[in-house]
Structure formats: C-alpha cells, structure tokens
Design a protein around this ligand. Structure first.
Ligand SMILES: *Cc1c(COP(=O)(O)O)cnc(C)c1O
Length: 374
C-alpha cells in the first residue's frame, strides 16, 4: 500500500466495488453497464476505480466533461467514454483524437462541433422532463424529425439517444407516472426512427434509481452511478439488499482531556459541558470535506462505540465526547464506515444536514488521501 499520512484518509474498498458491480450486472440483465465515474468517481478516485471496473468487465464509462474524459481515456485505452455534459466546440479535435463520444444537446451545437473538427461521435440528449439539457419537443414525432436533421450533419456520427430521469428515485404515484412518461417519450422516439430505417445502436435512460426500482431492458445501457459506490439514490428509500458502501472515512485522536462543568468547546462556545466530561480532539475538519453543518449533530465511531461531536467543527479538527469511551491519543476514529457492530453511512450524514450521500462523498476534499483496500 502507498505511504500516506495517517491524519485523515478515505479507505476505498475495491472488493465492495466488485461485489456491487456483480449485483448491478444482475439488475441490468441484458443492458450493458455504463459506469458513471464523473467527479473523480464520486470522490473515490477515478484511476483505481476505472482499473477495477475494467477488470470487472465494464466497457462503457460516462463522465461530465472533457478533462475527465481525457483522464479516463488514459486509464481505459479501449473502452467507450461518453461525455454527458457540455464540451466547448473549440475542443472538438480532442474528442475525435481520443475517440470520445460527446453528448449533443442541439442541432446548433452539433454544427459547431463539426465546424471545428470532423469525425465526431455522439449520442443525442433529449430533455423529456429533467429540464436541464437536450432537445425539447412536445411530441416524439417532432423530436424524431429533429434527430433526423442532426443525423444528416456531415462529419457527425450519431450512435444513440439518451435522456435523464428527474424523479426515478420517488415511489409515489404522481412521480412514477412522470417517469413513465419520460421513458415512453424516448422509447417512442426511438421506435419512430426505427420505423424509418434509422437504427441507432443505443437508446438509454436508466440511472441508479431506475435500475433499483424499475429496471427496463429496453435501455441498451444502464448508467450506474451512486449504487456502484454502495449508496442510496434517495435515502431513506432502501437500495436492494447486498450493496456495500465503498468509501470509509477515518482520522485519529490527537488529544484527550477532562473538562469541568461550564467549560466551553470550540468556536462560538456553542457547546458548554454540563458535567465533568472527557473530550477528544480528532484530526479532521471541514477543509477535508467533512461538513461544518454536522457540528454537534453527527456521531463518529471510536472503539466500536458512537461518540457525538461537541461544538463547531473547525477547518482541520473537531472535538468529540468520549466520557464513556477509553479514548487514547493515536486511536483511529471512523467518521464514515464500520467499527465493531456500529456503522455510519454517508447517507446517514447526508440526512443530518439535509443533503444526499452523493454530495457527502463528492465533497471529501483533495487533502484526504484515498487508500485502496484490495
Ligand atoms: C450523474 C448521472 C447519472 C448517474 O446518476 P446516479 O443517480 O448516480 O446513478 C446518469 N446519467 C446522467 C445523465 C447523469 O448526469
């Protein structure tokens, strides 16, 4: 294992990633898996994650931008890479030279790309209800017409169409219907093109939530993001059994002391001891991406027991209540992960400050070395 400073670090379990992939393969059935590795593989470190995914047989990767695509191309010379978002057209030559597939958001954008460089491979993005990017039409017929226009662009090779669900992680009737309509729109568009002898290799719409709750083999690719990393598309809705979080977050106890009733802990004096307490200081803070919004709210694990954070989280350190714990300097503290019989997930932390597990893992900062467990 690479040397790293035992201050604050993230352990990335490659066996857990592999077992999650095996589960995703079952859910996806005949759909090929497109591993979504944007944002440094959701904070897990794209190099090692890409290697591990390739070893597990993954051949399709999705990223958010050209920089990420070029990185992934370095790790995966043979795989297909799709850029889901916008690439400024003046970089079109990088797409062509590195055999990267670009998401095309409009006819004008397609023209701009090929004006800068020929031989551009693309999938066309259709906005069926996400309201973010892509062709937006009232009917699949109109949408198919515009796709045909784009297909006729010289120098552009259109290999598929795709869309993105807005509420596939919701289980109420109205939202299920909304997703049904999004799914129907893209499949109808695809069928219309087919009936006119335009046979695109790919039509895809599945994300993690739809893979978990409404897998559809008509999606030629399953764009799996968050469940690959073992987190929920929408906590506290459950993910299927067996998925395991890939990232753990750890730090160490730097200092242990006893405080008297009335003593204050940390900035703002938001925490005042109401009895004699034992307090430990831990070597992680908000500059490591452990949110300050968790001040006095979250627990950490030490010696297999939960300990509450006392007072405000600082930039590089935080304090915990170890009155009932025999904490010692140098002990390992688990902020995300398992210690003994206790587990804290990124989803649990997310819930405490009203966000999603995605933001928790993506937010773990560069200062925190990723340590890969084989
Ligand atoms: C991020 C993203 C995904 C993956 O979403 P998860 O919920 O993590 O599975 C899929 N498709 C698009 C277009 C995305 O932007």
């Amino acid at each position: 294992m690479k040397q790293y400073l035992k201050r604050a670090w993230a352990e990335i379990s490659l066996p857990n990633l592999e077992s999650n992939i095996a589960l995703i393969k079952k859910l996806a059935g005949n759909s090929d898996i497109m591993a979504v590795v944007k944002a440094d593989a959701y904070g897990h470190g794209e190099g090692e994650i890409c290697h591990c995914l390739e070893k597990s047989g993954i051949r399709y990767f999705a990223v958010s931008n050209l920089d990420e695509a070029l990185q992934v191309r370095g790790f995966c010379p043979e795989s297909e890479i799709l850029i889901l978002g916008y690439t400024p057209p003046e970089y079109a030559e990088y797409l062509a030279e590195n055999n990267i597939i670009q998401g095309v958001l409009s006819k004008e954008y397609a023209l701009e790309l090929v004006r800068n460089h020929k031989n551009i491979r693309c999938h066309i993005k259709i906005d069926t209800g996400m309201g973010r990017i892509g062709l937006k039409y009232d009917t699949p017929e109109e949408c198919a017409e515009e796709i045909k226009n784009i297909i006729n662009t010289d120098g552009l090779s259109v290999e598929g169409i795709y869309t993105h669900f807005a509420v596939a992680d919701c289980d109420d009737e109205e939202n299920i219907k909304y997703t049904d309509n999004q799914e129907k729109f893209i499949l109808d568009t695809y069928e219309i093109l087919k009936s006119q002898n335009i046979n695109l290799k790919h039509v895809h719409f599945m994300n993690s939530a739809s893979l978990c709750y409404r897998a559809n083999p008509k999606s030629t690719l399953a764009r799996a993001g968050i469940i690959m990393y073992g987190l929920c598309p929408n906590y506290p809705l459950p993910i299927p059994d067996g998925f395991k979080p890939v990232m753990s977050l750890k730090a160490v106890v730097s200092h242990v002391k006893t405080v008297k009733k009335g003593d204050c802990i940390s900035y703002g004096r938001t925490f005042v001891a109401d009895h004699e307490m034992k307090i430990a200081t831990v070597t992680i803070g908000y500059a490591d991406g452990y949110s300050r919004l968790l001040s006095s709210k979250a627990d950490v694990l030490l010696n297999g027991k939960r300990c509450r954070i006392t007072g405000r989280i600082c930039m590089d350190q935080l304090m915990i209540d170890v009155t009932d714990n025999n904490a010692e300097e140098g002990d390992i503290v688990t902020l995300i992960g398992t210690d003994g019989n206790e587990t804290i997930t990124a989803d649990e932390l997310a819930y405490l400050y009203n966000t999603i597990g995605y933001e928790v893992v993506c937010g773990i900062s560069k200062r925190v070395p990723r340590v890969y467990i084989e």
